[in-house]
Design a protein around this ligand. Sequence first.
Ligand code: PMP
Length: 408
Amino acid sequence: HPAFDVQAVRRDFPILKERVNGQPLVWFDNAATTQKPQAVIDRISYFYEHENSNIHRAAHELAARSTDAYEKARDTVAKFMNASSSAEIIFARGTTEAINLVAQSWGRQNIGAGDEIVITWLEHHANIVPWKQLCEVTGATLRVVPVDEDGQVLLGEYQKLLNSHTKLVSFTQVSNALGTVTPAREMIEMAHRVGARVLLDGAQSVSHLRVDVQALDCDWFVFSGHKIFGPTGIGVLYGKAELLEAMPPWQGGGNMIDDVTFEKIVYQPAPARFEAGTGNIADAVGLGAALEYVLKIGIDNIARYEHELLVYAMDALRSISGLRLIGTAAAKTSVLSFVLEGHSNQDIGVALNRAGIAVRTGHHCAQPILRRFGLESTVRPSLAFYNTHEEVDLLVKTVRRIQSGKDF
Ligand code: PMP
């Protein structure tokens, strides 16, 4: 891959030319959603201008074009995450829907009273609520792996929670609230040793580090298109082929059946079995374009650049008196969560917005992990590969001004 050129990358993202409150937009809300390169915007337009049709059901030319585009996107997803086959890739609305699919399909068939589901303290609500709901209907128990003061999973405690009752371990590869990168490969292996299945939440990892589902050996992997420079409303559930074949359908309708009579329904194999109804065809195609874009730049180039930027930002933020950085694990990516003594997070967010800087303030849909650190919310700048050192400098300068009271 060629050397990483951040200015060239920035030219690919038209929204980065926006101005906010008279200032150039600084997009530091990448953990909430990422911006879209022109290639993605153009691909979606092209679909509606030249290819739009429902898929799979007709003999005409446009049905063939849209079906080809949709299936090509599925192939790109498979290649991107190194799945062994495109049949292991199911399109869903996003991470949330993909997790709910596994909970409702596999979970209701395989989880019963006395069984245990293990998650970590780091989880997003999307990886807590579906399992809590499943426990409530099945009589299973939710167990939660604690984290240390830096926000990293305590592997010894994790080991103690694993036993013959553990049927499922579901955890995030990167925390959206702290940026912690969990030791996923090791945790998956430990779960498999007790015969548990593993779902890995990749919502925050796919855009920042190389994901190889075969090397990880996870049973399912989920992510959202909008967090990796693709559209909203589209995401991915990867599942090992033999597991998907054994999973009952979740939603019923068109597309997912082979034959329907009033007496008996024969379902399609995966992935069609899990894609009932007309899906989000155009945005799946857009997601394919986003992943091709990332593949072209090279995820290792992205990871290297972002790591350098993250370390630079952490060092600078740490030098501000009264600023407490939450999430200081050695393995960390993209996210800088902090609180500032004497200032509400909401006020900091508003003051940063006046300088054109977009950050998330709040609980980031991960209340348990913030409460673990005695907090209800933080200020959360989060980086992507189109962010620059100058933008970090502006963030730090503005936080310093807030801290010295000049902005209030
Ligand atoms: N898990 C993690 C780690 C996340 O960061 C998010 C999005 N903030 C989700 C799950 C849920 O993703 P979505 O809202 O796109 O379904």
